[in-house]
Design a protein around this ligand. Structure first.
Ligand SMILES: [Zn+2]
Length: 64
């Protein structure tokens, strides 16, 4: 018996053998695709909303 937690959605799963588990260690082909997309990059993007609070930078623009 194999006990695995899906790294994508966090669902706990149980299986008999890995050979009969094509999506291992994901719970479903969908989670497998999501994980693949993370490996390919593009998941670590800085939220642009934090740049909206850039009021302090305006203080440096007092020079005429
Ligand atoms: Zn999953």
């Amino acid at each position: 018996m194999i006990n695995v937690t899906c790294p994508v959605c966090g669902r706990k799963m149980q299986g008999q053998t890995i050979d009969e588990w094509p999506q291992f260690p994901m719970c479903s082909p969908r989670c497998r695709l999501i994980d693949l997309g993370r490996w390919l990059g593009g998941n670590y993007r800085i939220p642009s909303e934090s740049e909206g609070e850039a009021d302090e930078t305006t203080d440096n623009m007092e020079t005429p």
